[in-house]
Design a protein around this ligand. Structure first.
Ligand code: 1HN
Length: 353
């Protein structure tokens, strides 16, 4: 048997040589199941909205790039490493009438989903996209984008970004206004004219890109698609009337890092619980309802946001009327890397703790 002194000497020598004994850290590297640091959490609009409004007074847009209030998960650090899940950033952005958020571009991909306010627009790589409630807009990697509110009321939208993954993979780049020539102006509605018809595409353009060439998904179309699917009675056992926004050229997710979903939860339905690898951030767009996440009940209503960490049991249901949830997730990454796993709960629904 080695003596304590021999062992101390041995492990001390390992450290000085910058060697680490795997037998001491094995379980950290190879957990038996995903062990997210993020925890299930709900951000109530009732609590968030006064702070959003205060930011309009106390945080002028001239101070930073964007007036964005990020959803900081209580299981993660509250600093520059704050995030909504282990891989995703969700936030609310607030732009007052007459304000403009200057152009910039980054390697991280972003999406916006408009919660409220008319008259705002975001210009993506030279193409102006006028947005209203329910509209879904893409800011693909390295696309110039600025935002403007020419309406008469403040606009509030949800931002979703893959910045955590991009930063951890050491792939982040950023350029601000004036650091490089801006994008050439392009016709408004151009990407929709080419790509919004789904089953038809421009004859001269090959849909080879890694991210969707369609920049703006109007609520009119999205809402209609949900209604049609609901009326057809074809639904998902876990997510009810759920549709993913697609890259129109491939039918796959809008980004290789992030997929986005709109789902209608019908009144009186009780979809089943499941769990899968990958995390998600949700925003309640309409109605009210609740989710059970890892046995905890989270009631939500319009404007509330919540997250589901990787491998957490979850189920969603509408309250009295129907409800509509928008969400972002990192499932394309899990699928691409061969890490996707899914399991349905045999009993159907969770017991609430
Ligand atoms: C960003 O650039 C925007 O361009 C919004 O509107 C939210 C959150 C984190 C990092 C960059 C924007 C963001 C962001």
């Amino acid at each position: 048997m080695p003596t304590d002194a021999e062992l101390a000497d041995f492990y001390g020598g390992m450290e000085r040589a910058r060697l680490i004994p795997l037998w001491k850290v094995y379980k950290d590297h190879v957990p038996r199941a995903p062990s997210p640091r993020a925890v299930p959490h709900l951000w109530r609009f009732k609590e968030v909205l006064p702070l959003v409004r205060a930011s309009g007074v106390l945080a002028p847009l001239t101070e930073g790039e964007r007036r964005v209030l990020g959803f900081a998960n209580p299981g993660l650090p509250y600093d520059g490493l704050a995030a909504t899940t282990d891989t995703l950033w969700g936030a609310l952005q607030y732009i007052l009438p007459g304000e403009k958020a200057r152009a910039h571009r980054h390697a991280a991909a972003a999406i916006r989903f408009i919660l409220e306010g008319e008259g705002a627009s975001t210009t993506v790589e030279g193409e102006r996209c006028a947005v209203g409630p329910g509209d879904f807009v893409l800011t693909p990697p390295w696309a110039w984008h600025d935002h403007e509110n020419t309406g008469s009321a403040p606009v509030i939208w949800m931002d979703g970004l893959d910045i955590i993954m991009v930063r951890e993979l050491r792939g982040s780049f950023f350029e601000g206004a004036g650091e490089a020539p801006p994008a050439e102006p392009k016709p408004e509605g151009g990407s929709a004219a080419r790509w919004a018809e789904g089953a038809l595409r421009p004859a001269w353009e090959r849909p080879r890109g890694k991210y969707s060439p369609l920049l703006l998904y109007k609520w009119e179309k999205t809402g209609r698609a949900l209604r049609r699917l609901a009326a057809s009675g074809q639904v998902c056992p876990y997510d009810d009337v759920a549709m993913d926004f697609t890259h129109p050229g491939t039918g796959g997710p809008v980004y290789p890092t992030m997929s986005c979903r709109i789902q209608l939860l019908r009144a009186g339905q009780r979809p089943r619980a499941h769990r899968h690898t990958g995390s998600a951030v949700y925003l309640c767009f309409r109605g009210r309802g609740h989710s059970v996440i890892e046995g905890r009940r989270f009631g939500w209503e319009r404007g509330d946001a919540f997250c589901v960490p990787s491998w957490a049991w979850h189920e969603h249901a509408a309250g009295e009327g129907e409800a509509i949830l928008f969400s972002i997730n990192d499932l394309p990454v899990m699928e691409a890397l061969g890490l996707y796993r899914e399991e349905g709960l045999k009993e159907g629904n969770q017991k609430v703790k």
